[in-house]
Design a protein around this ligand. Sequence first.
Ligand SMILES: C[S@@+](CC[C@H](N)C(=O)[O-])C[C@H]1O[C@@H](n2cnc3c(N)ncnc32)[C@H](O)[C@@H]1O
Length: 305
Amino acid sequence: MSAIAGRLRKNHKHLTKWAKKQNLGAFRLYDKDIPDYPFIIDKYNDKVVIWHRLKEIDSDPKKADHSLELKDALTELGYPLPKQIHKERFKQKGKIQYVKVQATGQTEIVEEGPLKFRVNLFDFLDTGLFLDHRPLRSKLLELEEGMKVLNLFSYTCSLGVAAAFAGANTTNVDLSGKYLDWGKENYKLNGLNTFHHSFIEADILEFIKSHPETYDLIILDPPTFSNSKKMEQDWEVQKDHGWLIRKVANCLRPGGMIIFSNNRRDFKINHSELEEYIVDDLKGTTIPDDFRDKKIHQTFFIKRK
Ligand SMILES: C[S@@+](CC[C@H](N)C(=O)[O-])C[C@H]1O[C@@H](n2cnc3c(N)ncnc32)[C@H](O)[C@@H]1O
């Protein structure tokens, strides 16, 4: 048995049991565990999504391409080729990565504890559900009923769904109407009435400048870069998070809190721009157990002093 086949078998056995106990239909099966096999594999129901890092293979032509071996190992594990969805993700270089790659329209529902989400494993680079935020969704399930929550950069509204499921009044904002429609579907899947929640299509960098409402909790989970055609200027999380957090904080009720998260691996929070705030670094406590990569995101709780 090849090294990758052995590792996959071991992970699969352990994680399947672990996921079953928590009713998780999706988890990270393999997270670049073996350096020679730099893949990421996520299991969604009876399928696996494999992320290849093209850049790494291209940059060193002598480096072996183990993808055939991987395909065989996954087949042996019970995922024949139609159940393997291979994706190639380029390193983000200032380009938004939410592009359509196919048009199958094939979707399915994945369960996560008491929640359900619709995912599309084929048509986009991302599936509609970011698995690294599972612990954050779980924390949101504990919110007090009636809290007013603003979910910025909402994507398919999975964080909004968790908050709404706990009984919060939620407002989701995203640049993409398509993702907001997908988000509404996710609300309905969970028995949540979309008329009691808001879905706003807007550029958050503009929206936040003059938004008149205030909230108990604001979720701020921006992409590393943002440069859609719909926007006037590019945005970069390392350079621009300070002013965005200060603007967003204008929409906080007294005692309210911002949950700020981002995926930039070398991100450093700019304390000098946030002197009026208590910034609590959650230091990896929001990384799921099935992720070996503890730098997948950083999360902070931010309150006014
Ligand atoms: C990293 S995802 C957010 C993930 C989401 N919080 C979750 O947990 O599922 C980034 C989202 O930001 C949106 N986006 C990017 N730039 C934006 C902007 N300037 N205003 C509003 N939304 C934006 C994209 O459309 C995408 O849905």
